[in-house]
Design a protein around this ligand. Sequence first.
Ligand SMILES: C[S@@+](CC[C@H](N)C(=O)[O-])C[C@H]1O[C@@H](n2cnc3c(N)ncnc32)[C@H](O)[C@@H]1O
Length: 294
Amino acid sequence: MTAAFPEEPLAESAPVSRRLAQEHCRPRPGGGETCAWYHGFWQYLRLMGLAKTSGGQATFLFETLRGLARAGESPKVLVSGSADYSMPAHALWAYRTEGARLQLAVVDLCETPLALCRWYAERQGAEMATHCRDVRDHEPSTPVDVVFTNSFLGNFDPDGRSRLFAGWRRQLRPGGKLLFTNRLRPGAPETALSFDDEQARRFAEAAGQEAQGRRATLDLDPDEVVRRARAYAERFRSFPVRSVDEIRRLLTDAGFVIDLLEVTTNLGRPGALAVSGPSAAERADYARVIATRP
Ligand SMILES: C[S@@+](CC[C@H](N)C(=O)[O-])C[C@H]1O[C@@H](n2cnc3c(N)ncnc32)[C@H](O)[C@@H]1O
């Protein structure tokens, strides 16, 4: 059977995500504003090609999931943090392509992406369980066969990451697989990274240009898109992963056996269209990881 990419109806779902974000995004512990600037705009960024679907690693994630589906021993799949329905969609389509049984669950801190996942699942006639909590505290009723995610490590400082990997290990059955991809930033500091002023300016400008070109189809006018792109660039923070050695240490400290740990380069937006900054679609190295819980 040929590889079929998941249907991702972004033009239709971006406005849905914006509405859901107004309804569901809440201030994070410690107070402050809600995460609507992120969950309500992420799909627009993907639609305009300013952020990458699964960090540009969709094919790798999809094909690995297909292989697991084909082997027939991994029906229980847990998505660990999902900004929208993209990762669950890849799991659904990978298992459907192989005609394999799938029990899919998504865990996220925020109800907005979970509601969006349910919207997608209903449209696809698929079952999907959603759990609104810190994934490190998630205790599945029975251990799962696969945990997978992308660009997730940036949410955690070094201590938080150790807890994350211990949580993933606890959630997996013996023989279960951890699958993820994450951007690498050699030489970056340990502290959280944000867009610098020039990156933020260029990001908002590129968003405005994209929105102008899409006036006929986008439900936001270009000025509003620029305002939201600025808000996004001002707020986005990510703790960099600096090397594959950091990942190797996290995996081995948590007792995983490494099946694959490789580096690949994502191409960004070309030339005059280029953008940069954390989570932006820029040229960057990514780690691809498959590990087994012994
Ligand atoms: C998976 S990451 C990055 C998504 C990504 N850029 C992509 O390619 O789809 C973002 C998600 O992780 C969620 N998140 C952050 N910390 C979390 C935690 N401790 N537990 C569960 N979800 C978390 C955020 O709410 C957000 O929806």
